[in-house]
Design a protein around this ligand. Structure first.
Ligand SMILES: Cc1cc2nc3c(=O)[nH]c(=O)nc-3n(C[C@H](O)[C@H](O)[C@H](O)COP(=O)(O)OP(=O)(O)OC[C@H]3O[C@@H](n4cnc5c(N)ncnc54)[C@H](O)[C@@H]3O)c2cc1C
Length: 307
């Protein structure tokens, strides 16, 4: 059995729910395939969202869900496992239960996955005192002894140096652990100018005793730190976009225009699945922008004179 919606939204985080709100209020028939937890689920609080600062991530989604349902959008507690174009018009999205939902348009808002450095203690304390975003949690760890872990992981060099350069904004005690990463002379000068100490040598892991106590070096000593920033490698949850044949750039991110429209007609992407830098407020904004573009696309398709 398959049902036809105006829009199938895959992913029920900030981007997906925000799009659903705009589309349902535009009186579109919308279904949201919710998926599982949002990316920031390990964090107790969400920061930097005007009027929602400090709200637990689950509360944002609960509030968003009730707002969306108020306007008649349907939410399915399912994951999308595949998608394809329909012969005439629109797309089918296959769900984990085996159910298929059909939409005239599809918005993919499935977020991304953070692949963390494989060091003892990192996953255990992720989102608590192992952090990645100075703007999200820098204020909460202000004036504390902070560490930044570099490393051989993809993308870690640029990301971790940037974190280390930003963090003195929040604390005068920042130590950078390159973990064998080749730092350029220019980067060393920049770090020095910002007052960041560089501590060479292998890192064995993090010392955790209920909370983070410090960074353990391979030679056995511990450097006391109360929070450590790491540079995860970002992987988009983009299986649905791949299945639909969307184009990707050289770095593996789906190509969209400013409204989130992909290279495949009728398919949009919004939030972290297409923009890894988007914080919650930006992901919600991108969902809203995509929703208006999708609604306009449906309107103009319906108004097109028959040829
Ligand atoms: C530890 C941590 C703390 C953070 N703190 C902050 C903060 O304080 N402030 C801030 O602004 N940002 C913060 N962020 C960033 C924030 O998580 C993202 O900006 C935000 O989640 C992006 O929203 P999104 O809707 O694009 O993705 P998500 O919120 O991740 O939502 C995507 C949804 O799609 C679902 N999904 C995935 N695959 C499928 C599928 N196949 N079928 C159906 N559903 C699927 C997922 O389960 C998820 O529910 C933090 C991130 C992390 C990791």
């Amino acid at each position: 059995m398959s049902e036809v919606y105006d829009v199938v939204i895959v992913g029920g985080g900030a981007a997906g729910l925000s799009a659903a709100l705009v589309l349902a209020r535009a009186r579109r028939r919308v279904v949201v395939v919710k998926g599982g937890a949002p990316r920031n689920a390990p964090a107790e609080h969400m920061h930097g969202f005007l009027s929602r600062d400090g709200m637990p991530p689950a509360d944002l989604l609960a509030t968003g869900t009730s707002e969306v349902m108020r306007y008649g959008a349907e939410l399915l507690d399912e994951v999308a496992t595949g998608a394809c174009a329909e012969p005439q018009d629109g797309y089918s999205v296959r769900l984990g239960s085996g159910r298929v939902v059909r939409g005239r348009r599809v918005l993919v808002a499935t977020g991304l996955r953070d692949e963390l450095p494989d060091l003892p203690g990192v996953r255990e304390r992720w989102g608590s005192d192992v952090l990645h975003c100075p703007y999200c949690e820098g204020y909460e760890v202000r004036d504390q002894p902070l560490g930044v872990l570099g490393g051989p992981e993809p993308g870690a060099l640029a990301h971790s140096v940037r974190q280390a350069l930003l963090l003195p904004q929040w604390s005068a005690d920042v130590i950078f652990f390159p973990r064998g990463m080749p730092l350029s002379d220019d980067d060393r000068v920049r770090l020095d100018t910002r007052g960041v100490r560089v501590l060479e040598g292998a890192v064995a892991g993090l010392v955790v005793d209920g909370v983070l106590r410090g960074v353990e070096l391979s030679e056995g000593s511990m450097v006391e730190r109360t929070a450590v920033f790491v540079a995860p490698t970002f992987y988009a949850n983009d299986d649905v976009l791949v299945a639909l044949g969307c184009a990707f750039d050289d770095e593996g991110w789906v190509v969209t225009d400013e409204s989130g429209r992909t290279s495949v007609a009728g398919v949009w992407a919004a939030g972290n699945v297409s923009d890894p830098a988007a914080q919650v407020i930006a992901a919600a904004g991108a969902g809203s922008v995509a929703a208006m573009a999708i609604n306009a696309d449906l309107v103009f398709a319906a108004a097109e004179p028959a040829s």
